[in-house]
Design a protein. Structure first.
Length: 144
């Protein structure tokens, strides 16, 4: 998954590889486009559930999540989205107006009233650990 530029639009694209060889043409993630004459320096995330690929990314002022074969879901306003999956569970975290928000398999929540640059790691029990910068320190929380 990478942010590409075509005709002034900076959208996320997915390219499939196997054994180091490209097996598909790049496909734009999601349904809309983002016309911006700059590089937003905001990537996305890609993960695999038991059966499908899941992606999350920022487009303009919004964060989206999409599972292969399903329409994209707008998670809310924000940036700096991180994504992880295990089995059939999907975890996403992002910043929205200085707060850290979460999405865990369909449930949205507020992780912190202040924070930035969230990250995720899958734990051995199938849950996730979220970490972010908060007031000059690193905060963490288990997502179940």
């Amino acid at each position: 998954m990478f942010r590409n530029v075509f005709g002034g639009n900076r959208d996320m694209y997915i390219l499939r590889f196997t054994s180091g060889k490209i097996i598909s043409e790049p496909v734009r993630a999601g349904e809309g486009t983002w016309a911006i004459n700059a590089c937003p320096m905001d990537g996305g995330g890609i993960a695999l559930t038991q059966a499908r690929m899941v992606t999350a990314w920022r487009r303009d002022q919004d964060v989206f999540l999409a599972t292969t074969g399903d329409p994209e879901i707008r998670l809310g306003q924000g940036k700096d989205v991180a994504l992880a999956a295990r089995g059939d569970r999907v975890f996403a975290v992002w910043t929205e107006t200085g707060r850290v928000k979460s999405y865990v398999s369909g449930r949205e929540g507020l992780l912190a009233k202040e924070g930035s640059f969230p990250a995720l790691a899958i734990l051995s029990d199938g849950n996730a650990l979220a970490a972010w910068e908060e007031n000059g320190t690193i905060a963490v929380r288990r997502l179940e």
